[in-house]
Design a protein around this ligand. Sequence first.
Ligand code: DI6
Ligand code: FE
Length: 415
Amino acid sequence: MAQEKTLWLNARLATMDPLHAAPYGQLENHALVVEGERIAAILPQDQLDPACFDGHVVDCGGRWMTPGLIDCHTHLVYGGSRAEEWEQRLQGVPYQTIARAGGGILATVRATRGLDEEQLVQESLPRLKALMHEGVTCIEIKSGYGLTRQDELKQLRVARRLADALAVEVVPTLLAAHAVPPEFAGNPAGWIDHIIDDILPEVAAESLAEAVDVFCEGVGFNVEETRRLFEAARRHGLPVKGHVEQLSLLGGAQLVAEFGGLSADHLEYLDEAGVAALKSSGSVAVMLPGAFYFLRETCKPPIEALRRAGVAMAVASDLNPGTSPFASLRLAMNQACVLFGMTPEEALAGVTRHAAHALGRADRIGTLTVGKRADLLVWSISHPAELSYSLGTHPLHSRVFGGVARHLSLEKHGD
Ligand code: DI6
Ligand code: FE
């Protein structure tokens, strides 16, 4: 069967491909051809005659086109809300104190355990749809609110069901080492053993996760426990990543680097040695300014040192009920600029090219490049910096996932 062909005309392409030297990898007066689910060609518009094109022709009317947005760090599948805990935090009770008293992550664990797969799908769908409406075409989703074998598997299956239901790619990650469950209270090493012996083998055998993550922190797991988990992941052929140096400096980033990890995430307390380690391993530094903002943190990640070293920086929502309850990747882009001092171009690269890299997909998505999957967004904006600049409006005009267009016009007679 002949593949569907579409010619996208009169778009200003922010390719985000470093092959093109202009800011945002911009190409003027170029058209983009999609065949089946891939980008088949990007060529100067004066080299083609749309009248001779044997497929669909879409006139973008001078709008901007970018690659689909990629949210490379989320905890989107969970039950319940922590609004009341937040009220307490506003009265001055610290996050760590609440966590030690059985609130925090464990409150969400109780709520998540109480839902079956279908209920968890229903609770998670609105969050995923909100991100998709903003332009997200690929999203990572972590477990970590089940904390029993059965409930961790449930969360990962829900992530898979969300991908089956909607036009989005879901990349599931096992984060059983998110917190010590009540059944293992005071025994984090025992919980790590249980993950290694009883959860990881099943997750690997059923291909329920693509990577293994850990919360390496005073209120989470220490470096030695993290190392044992990473060694087990390696035995199963699963890449690793970590929540590291978020609230204190433990050296988790170096450990991620030592294991050739996909990404080191948070990094507020990262030091020079950590920066150098990430540079040498090629792991992506994932910035999560939503949590920094919501926790009113004051220690910023060393953006300038990472930039100078040439470490790839991604930006993600960290969507979770405790520290970043925001189903908005564009908010994270804005925060990355305002709070962390990233440029709007770095923020956009952080949710496209570098986010793809953080998910081990740099060869398949993340830029407008011939051969990659046609995940494309057409925007009614005057400049790509606007994607980080203003919030509350919905400038996304069209969303294309795997070559299939989904127009988002809200007008009655719109497309
Ligand atoms: N770091 C975070 O900021 C979140 N998880 C993590 O490892 C917090 C998740 C929560 O509070 O529910
Ligand atoms: Fe997180």
